[in-house]
Design a protein around this ligand. Structure first.
Ligand code: PMP
Length: 361
């Protein structure tokens, strides 16, 4: 068996070079005579690795000095709840921009500690667009504005950072972090589950402006308080050491690839190649998202006849093209094109799509 082209939405393909490096150190890491999973997170070797990972991430994203970088656990879902817990007074309004499944879920989880308000929503379009900024009903006194720059299921992506005035902007970047340069100073907080563009699941990377961490709206156990994690350099308790290590390897790999400017170019080329194949298929394949809001990371598409779906998936798998089944909320197919997917994988997919269309007329 050989590795296939893995189009999974997450946990997703990791760069092969990263996996090979991890494999090399799996039994004995860094002179420790044990693997990275088997040494103390308080030891010198792990601490040095952890610090290097943070430095590399700061370098990649050009993170300003007044932002903390945290390596947390719980998946992005836990932080849907923990963010309002840390940032909102009881019943305080927080604005949410609803552009798909994940922003909806974030809003629902916020309602225990805050009064989340859908300041804009594209639900009536079945989440195939982004509501025009002029229609957003933002409250200047809101605790924050939350949005999802890339909706992993609906394949909708913001291609610029919305201007929300002085209210801190919070982004769930789980499925597009590190896919291009981003101006961190425009955000109050950025957070992302690792299992798409960073590493294995079970790790969350958060970049948070210090003034937001200083908010203290209610008594909380330390383990739920971001300021406490920041004060302890994300080592308040035993962190996800393996995840942190793999994240560090990915950050090094990204730097070797030429950083985020190079990734942006590649990601654009990959997405253009796939959308061109869909749009040029005379309706055989179709992507429902308005072109200006199409995601470069997750490309959902349907076949002209859903009765062909099973054959498409079976033949694709036989051709080494894995995990193309779409999310049940949208149906059809979805190809995820995170950083680790090379253009060759996308060409293999578009070649297969043309061939399938010809064979099945
Ligand atoms: N936000 C986005 C944008 C996602 O894509 C996902 C997972 N696919 C989540 C949140 C939830 O992440 P987790 O399962 O790690 O909690």
């Amino acid at each position: 068996m050989t590795r296939g082209w893995n189009f999974s939405a997450g946990p997703a393909a990791l760069p092969e070079a990263v996996l090979r490096r991890a494999q090399e150190g799996l039994l004995e890491w860094n002179g420790a005579r044990a693997s990275v999973m088997e040494v103390s997170h308080r030891g010198k070797a792990f601490e040095a690795m952890a610090a290097r990972a943070e430095e590399d991430l700061r370098e990649l994203l050009n993170v300003p000095g007044d932002y903390k970088v945290l390596f947390l656990q719980g998946g992005a879902t836990q932080h849907f709840a923990q963010i309002p817990m840390n940032l909102c007074a009881d019943g305080q309004r927080a604005d949410y921009i609803i552009t798909g499944h994940w922003s909806e879920k974030a809003l629902k989880e916020a309602s225990v500690y805050a009064k989340p308000h859908a300041a804009a929503s594209s639900a009536t379009s079945n989440f195939t667009t982004i509501p025009a900024r002029a229609q957003w009903q933002l409250d200047p006194n809101a605790a924050y504005v939350h949005y999802t720059p890339n909706e992993t299921i609906h394949g909708v992506e913001f291609h610029s950072i919305p201007d929300v005035g002085d209210v801190p902007l919070i982004a769930d970047m789980s499925s597009d972090i590190l896919s291009r340069p981003v101006e961190v100073s425009r955000f109050g907080m950025i957070y992302a589950g690792a299992q798409k563009n960073i590493g294995p699941s079970g790790l969350v990377v958060m970049i948070a402006r210090e003034d937001l961490l200083a908010r203290n709206p209610r008594p909380l156990p330390k383990i739920f308080r971001y300021a406490e994690h920041a004060a302890q350099n994300s080592m308040l308790n035993t962190p996800n050491t393996w995840g942190w290590y793999l994240a560090g390897l990915t950050f090094q790999w990204l730097r070797e690839q030429g950083g985020l400017v190079a990734m942006e170019q590649r990601n654009r080329e990959k997405a253009e190649t796939l959308y061109a194949a869909i749009d040029g298929s005379n309706g055989y394949y179709r992507n429902p998202v308005e072109p200006f809001a199409r995601s470069r990371m997750n490309v959902p598409f349907v076949l002209h006849d859903a009765a062909l779906d099973a054959a498409f998936l079976k033949d694709a798998e036989a051709a080494g093209l894995l995990a193309l089944k779409g999310h049940r909320a949208v149906g059809g197919m979805r190809a995820s094109l995170y950083n680790a997917m090379p253009i060759e994988g996308v060409r293999a997919l578009t070649g297969f799509m043309a061939d399938f269309a010809q064979r099945h007329g």
